[in-house]
Design a protein around this ligand. Sequence first.
Ligand SMILES: [Zn+2]
Length: 343
Amino acid sequence: MKISKNKIDAETFENLCCNLDQLEEGEKVKYAQLVEPLRYFLGTEKFQSCFDGAAKCLEVINRVAVNTVTLVNDEFTPIGYGIYPEASLVNHSCEPNAVFVFRNKQLLLRTLRPIAINEEVFVSYTDQLVPKDKRRQILKQQFNFICQCSECVNEIREQLFHKKKFGTESLKNGEFSLTESGFPEVSVLPDSTESDFSKILEGVKNMNTDDCFDKLEKLGSKYFDTNLLVHELLVKCANIASHKSFKSALQFELRLLDNFQKFYPDYHPMKSLQYTRVSKIFSFLGKVRSSVEYFEKALRNIAVTHGCESELYKVISEQFNLDQREIAHFEEQSLRKTALTQK
Ligand SMILES: [Zn+2]
C-alpha cells in the first residue's frame, strides 16, 4: 500500500495524535524545555506568529515527536525523519504483521504475511530485538502506552533473548563474571532482573572491540546464540571479522542468520538483509553454489519485504544471475573435459 508523500496541511497536522494530557510530569518538562530555545532562535515576534504562545508550541513539539516516522533505506539504516498522517493510523505490536519501507520519500506499508479481512494491521515502533522491559520503557516514554501485544503477554521471543544452556552464574553490570554453577537446565537469567539484563546488554553494545571474540567464546559456552548478549557479541564479531577475513566473518553471519530464523516470522526485512549478507560473502569467497542458494532465499524474502521493484531486489538479482552464469560456465567446461577424455 502506497502512502501519499504530499505535503500535509495545517488541519491534517492539527488532527494528528497529541498525548500531552496523559504524560507524566517529568516527560512534560522534557518537552517544555524545548520551547524556550525555540523562542530564543525565532525571536519573540516570529515565535508568537508561528505558535500563538508557548502552550501551542508545546503541542506542536509533542505532535511531531509522537507522529514522526524514521525514514530508512533498503538496508534499514536511518536516513531521516518524516510525518505521514496515514502512517500514524497504524498501531504498534512487538509482533507486527506489516512493515514500513521507503521508495525515496514515499512510504509503503508492506504486509509480512496474509492479513485477513477485519484483522488489524500492526507495525513495530521499536527495534524488535530489544528486551521487553526496554521496549515498554521506550513505548511509554515516547507514545505513552503499555504494550499488551501477543509477544508482551506470551514472551516467546523474550525467552529466547535470555536463554542459557545451564547454570545459575550471576552477571554483574558491565562485566561478565562467570561463576561455575551446577544444574543443567534451560531457563531465563535467574540472578538478573530484566532491567539488569538491559543494562548488561547496553554494556555489550558499548564494549571494547578487542574483547569481543574472547567474551563470545566464554558466554557462548553458557548461553544459546539467541541470548541477546551472545547475539550482540555475534554482531560485533561479524563486523570486526569482515574487515580482516570474510571466511571467519561468514561463520558469525551464519549464526546470526540462524538467530533471525528464530526471532522473526517467515518474512521479515532483517531476514532479507541477513540472507543478502551471507550470500554476498559466499559469492566473494568464490563459493558460487552456496551463494546462488542464499541469493535465491534472499530474493524470495526481498520480494515480500521490499518488493520486486525495489533497488535491493534488482541489485541482488544481478549478483544471483552472475553467479548462476559462473556455475553454468563451470559445468560446460567440465562436460567438455569429460568429452575430451572419453575420445
Ligand atoms: Zn508488545
